[in-house]
Ligand binder design. Structure first.
Ligand code: SF4
Length: 696
């Protein structure tokens, strides 16, 4: 290996694949394999392999921009840009009060940035109005985790356990496209004799690897899980001993389960009873099994209850809190896990502490050197915050997110953003949201800075700086420090990531997500450390916790909790005017809003634009042929994209990927109906009609 190669991690998804970055003689870096990193063992998808292309000058921002008198964004110096931001935030606060200033973060920010941004909002701006786009990612699974287990860590076991269990039910995850190196855990599972059941309305590339593919109507996963548990009860698969010794609440949950008899579940979901029986037989045929969910069941207005139904299946059959068994969530964004632990969520403080807990407030306030009574109350969730822009929140500082493309009901949210009195955006590229800003601050990216992230396993890892950024680019931490000084915060904000991490360790100590025993040195030496990892009082360092709940769950009595849940319809069901389901998702060559990956030539060539996937029967009924321009209309708007005709999708459902702005923006259509517990919008199902759009 080139001695100048720097070990680091991919900037994109929650797998956080290990990679090396080697300096090129002509400048820049190239990606090289890092086979020793256990998560991906050198494998990378095209997104990770091509990530250095976004480091190049032509692809990214290299100087601050401010909106000039003529209305256009114009280059400016850093002092002018930061002065403009401070003035915009102060002016808004003076006119409308502290909570008229909002902060919107991102699940791709490092732990240090997420921590610093949450602290900045609470102690410098003293606003309650902070949330982040991770709310749109895994918040339903997080809420269900908390309800059942008393603690939310996406996977309570390492990825390697997936390959060694007996059966995996994978619900609403197309990981063969979203995180391809993770597919090997499922192929290893099957090579060892285990089985894979995939639940998805589409026969995805992932579903092609399944022993059994269940293809329910969008929005009916909750009924499906209840139906499987009903059959597990009926066929004698309950683990009575486990239920008695390690759980509470089965008596309350059981009636709802028994009300979902197989024929009813077939009517709701469209999954035939024999397939339901086969799934139960496969899942219960071996003593170990797992259920893994992703955005499919989670991004629903009943997402938390849906995940609870799958957790109930695990608990009732004794497949939780035991080796090689359990429920897990495949978090999506690069730091989707760490980003939700350290304080950029509306109701949280660092260490996964609750903002409304007096003891938590006292602990964190002491670390920050402020009075606990001065910390704001919990604020609005992400969609609710975006929906009140220009109405109650008049200025916004946005870091690492592109809601113009990625928010539900995106045309409405774009209008709300455009109505702001002041918008500042910190980003690597001029995203569609940054185009609306009064000030755009160009910041460093993954290979240009050091910082930690926490992958979907709860493994805290270290991204290392491999290359200097362009001279006119600053780090997000430097931006916050510069703004804090201008806003009257005299104690300074650390700009050295390791110094921030040391403060984060103290702030998280004793909390649910305890990082106090984790150091940069340990992460480097151990290929990551799993939280919780408290600081040891003895000489022996705490080893970290790869596997949770083996002895007890994190509830006060140590038992997992069944949550009684019932099927209910989606917020929108098909009707005469809108007769089809729309579901949305990602494709192999693009990532999230596409702000970075749409700037990479190879990825753009592979996936140049949106499409509408529809079944041949539906295409024939509508008189549509492959490539025709289709107009998809929901109660919120209209999107246009070419037809992709495929028998991989149900005839009553169409699918659109959500990576693109403009007329093909899928999120123009999606429904912001919120889950009452997690405040997750219903991205994954709404009602639409489809018709030929005619020529452009
Ligand atoms: Fe990056 Fe995810 Fe691809 Fe790995 S799977 S290379 S982390 S985008």
């Amino acid at each position: 290996m080139n001695p100048s190669t720097v070990d680091t991690h991919c900037p994109y998804c929650a797998l956080q694949c290990g990679m090396g970055l080697a300096a090129l003689p002509a400048g820049g870096v190239e990606v090289v394999e890092r086979p020793a990193f256990p998560v991906n063992r050198g494998a990378l998808c095209g997104k990770g392999r091509t990530a250095p292309e976004v480091l190049a000058r032509g692809a990214r921002l290299t100087e601050p921009l401010v909106r000039g008198a003529g209305g256009a964004l114009e280059p400016a110096g850093w002092d002018e840009a930061l002065d403009r931001v401070a003035e915009g935030l102060l002016r808004t606060r003076a006119a409308h009060g502290r909570d008229a200033v909002g902060v919107f973060g991102g699940g791709g920010l490092t732990n240090e940035k997420a921590y610093a941004l949450g602290k900045f909002a609470r102690v410098v701006l003293r606003t309650s109005q902070i949330d982040y786009n991770g709310r749109f990612c895994m918040s339903s699974a997080a809420a269900a985790h908390q309800r059942a287990f008393g603690l939310d860590r996406g996977l309570p076991f390492p990825l390697e356990d997936i390959a060694r269990t007996g059966c995996v039910i994978l619900v609403g995850s197309n990981l063969a496209e979203t995180m391809p190196p993770a597919l090997r855990y499922l192929t290893e599972l099957r090579e060892r004799g285990g089985t894979l059941i995939v639940v998805d309305p589409r026969r995805t590339r992932t579903a092609e690897h399944a022993d059994l593919h269940l293809q329910p109507r969008p929005g009916t996963d909750l009924a499906l899980a209840l139906g499987l548990l009903h059959l597990a009860v009926a066929e004698g698969y309950l683990d009575e001993e486990f239920i008695a010794e390690r759980t509470t609440g089965w008596a309350e949950a059981r009636p709802g389960v028994m009300a979902h008899w197989p024929e009813l579940v077939e009517r709701i979901t469209g999954v035939p009873v024999p397939q339901l029986r086969e799934a139960v037989r496969m899942f219960c045929a071996t003593p170990e099994g797992m259920v893994l969910t992703a955005r499919g069941p989670e991004q629903q207005s009943k997402g938390t209850d849906t995940v609870s139904a799958w957790i109930n299946l695990c608990l009732a059959t004794g497949r939780a809190g035991r080796p090689l068994s359990g429920y897990g969530c495949l978090t999506g964004q690069g730091n989707g896990q760490g980003g939700r632990e350290h304080g950029q969520k509306a109701d949280q403080l660092p260490g996964y502490r609750k903002l409304d807990d007096p003891a938590a407030r006292a602990h964190v306030a002491a670390v920050w050197g402020v009075d606990p009574d001065d910390l704001p109350a919990p604020g609005r969730s992400a969609y609710e915050l975006l929906d009140t822009l220009g109405v109650e929140v008049h200025a916004l500082l946005l870091m690492g997110s592109n809601p113009v493309v990625s928010a539900p009901n995106a045309a409405h949210i774009s209008e709300r953003i455009a109505s702001l009195g002041f918008l500042a955006v910190c980003d690597v590229v001029l995203s569609e949201t940054a185009e609306l800003a009064d000030v755009v601050l160009p910041v460093t990216q993954w290979a240009e800075e050091t910082g930690t992230t926490t992958n979907l396993e709860g493994r805290v890892i270290l991204r290392r700086k491999a290359i200097d950024p362009p001279p006119e680019v600053r780090t997000d931490l430097e931006v916050l420090n510069g703004l804090a000084a201008r806003l009257g915060w005299e104690k300074g904000f650390p700009t050295d990531p390791e110094e921030v991490f040391e403060e984060l360790r103290r702030a998280s100590a004793g909390g649910p997500a305890d990082y106090s025993g984790i150091t940069y040195r340990r992460i480097a030496e151990e290929d990551g450390v799993f939280w919780p990892c408290p600081q040891s009082s003895s000489d022996a360092a705490h080893p970290g916790t790869p596997r949770l709940f083996l002895e007890r769950f994190a509830t006060p009595d140590g038992r997992a909790r069944f949550v009684p849940v019932l099927h209910r319809p989606s917020a929108e069901e098909p009707s005469a005017d809108y007769p089809l389901h729309l579901t949305t998702g990602r494709v192999l060559a693009q990532y999230q809003s596409g702000a970075q990956t749409r700037r990479v030539r190879e990825l753009n060539a592979a996936s140049p634009g949106p499409f509408v996937q529809l079944h041949p029967q539906l295409a024939e009924r509508l008189g549509i042929t492959e490539g025709d321009r289709l107009a998809v209309t929901s109660r919120r708007g209209r999107a246009v994209a070419p037809a992709l005709i495929s028998s991989a999708i149900r005839p009553d459902t169409v699918f659109m990927p959500f990576h693109w702005p403009g007329e093909g923006r899928a999120n123009t259509l999606t429904n912001p109906a919120l889950d009452p517990t997690s405040r997750m919008p219903e991205f994954k199902v709404c009602a639409v009609r489809v018709e030929a759009a005619g020529p452009a």
